[in-house]
Design a protein around this ligand. Structure first.
Ligand SMILES: Cc1cc2nc3c(=O)[nH]c(=O)nc-3n(C[C@H](O)[C@H](O)[C@H](O)COP(=O)(O)OP(=O)(O)OC[C@H]3O[C@@H](n4cnc5c(N)ncnc54)[C@H](O)[C@@H]3O)c2cc1C
Length: 259
């Protein structure tokens, strides 16, 4: 998996302090078959029909420039499956896509003794925005799973931010990440804020580690699945409540009196 970004400001390294926190919005990149040729050499896009959730995808606004109304989005290119990933791979500079949002924001809690960010490529824009919002005094550990060494991405890090790159290789997405975070440990008594997002199966394992094994208070953890193995986004969104309820039930059964 790799990021695809064309014509935006990806060439620049993020600047510490920039970024709105993590806000997400929904966009509708077109499927290949929706593109049509105008015959005059320009590719135009087919009229947008309806609000079919099967074609809507959720993305983080990594950086917003309020002076000119521009924002940056990083799309994970993850192969031929789906709408947004393949669109990002073939998109050309100047293409227009509908976008709605943003909806919901998150920013690190000021004053926490430590912040831990855990994510895969899909959460990397949100992690970058969050890390960019830390103050010079904030201490953080950032665990990011990417395919390998050649897919590291520049982050707005300070000396007090330690970045731990986790290489997936041929492993199932998220498994190496959970191993790395488990190995680093978690202390329920520490004033630590957690931000954990990415593939749903990783999130389920991280919930078990944090809430059951380590006993970290839930109020200190922002955690949710951004995508799920083998599911398109609307299937995942439709089943997310049930998935979370099942995880919560398993956690409650795992620890009597679990908070
Ligand atoms: C709040 C929020 C913020 C998000 N921010 C970002 C962001 O900034 N950048 C970003 O790239 N994604 C982000 N995502 C995740 C993104 O919405 C999903 O990955 C989405 O499924 C991608 O759509 P698609 O059309 O490419 O694939 P879909 O049509 O949804 O899925 C097709 C297939 O691809 C697989 N797949 C989907 N995503 C991935 C992936 N990342 N890696 C490997 N396989 C995948 C699915 O399991 C499925 O089998 C965010 C999600 C949420 C909820």
């Amino acid at each position: 998996m790799a990021f695809q970004s064309k014509g935006g400001s990806r060439e620049r390294d993020p600047v510490p302090g920039e970024g709105p926190g993590a806000a997400a919005g929904r966009c509708r990149p077109e499927k290949e078959e929706q593109a049509r040729d105008t015959g005059d050499g320009d590719r135009a896009r087919a009229p947008l029909a309806g609000d079919d959730p099967a074609e809507l995808r959720t993305y983080t606004l990594r950086k917003i420039d309020t002076d000119n109304g521009a924002f940056d989005i990083d799309f994970v290119v993850h192969g031929a499956d789906g709408v947004a990933g393949p669109w990002a791979e073939r998109a050309e500079i100047g293409e227009v896509i509908p976008f709605a949002g943003p909806g919901g924001t998150w920013a690190p809690r000021p004053g926490a003794a430590r912040h831990v960010f855990v994510g895969d490529e899909s959460a990397l824009p949100a992690v970058a925005a969050g890390v960019g919002n830390l103050s010079d005094e904030d201490v953080a550990d950032v665990f990011l799973e990417v395919s390998g060494e050649d897919t590291h991405v520049a982050l707005p890090v300070r000396e007090s931010v330690r970045v731990h790159w986790v290489h997936r290789g041929d492993a199932t997405p998220g498994t190496r990440l959970v191993e790395a975070v488990r190995a680093a440990g978690a202390d329920a008594g520490e004033d630590c804020e957690w931000f954990v997002h990415g593939v749903a199966e990783m999130v389920r394992e991280m919930r078990r580690f944090l809430f059951v094994d380590a006993g970290v208070p839930r109020g200190r953890v922002s955690i949710s699945g951004y995508w799920r193995l083998g599911m398109v986004e609307d299937e995942w969104q439709a089943s997310k409540r049930e998935f979370t309820a099942a995880a919560e039930a398993a956690e409650a059964a795992g620890v009597p009196g679990n908070r």
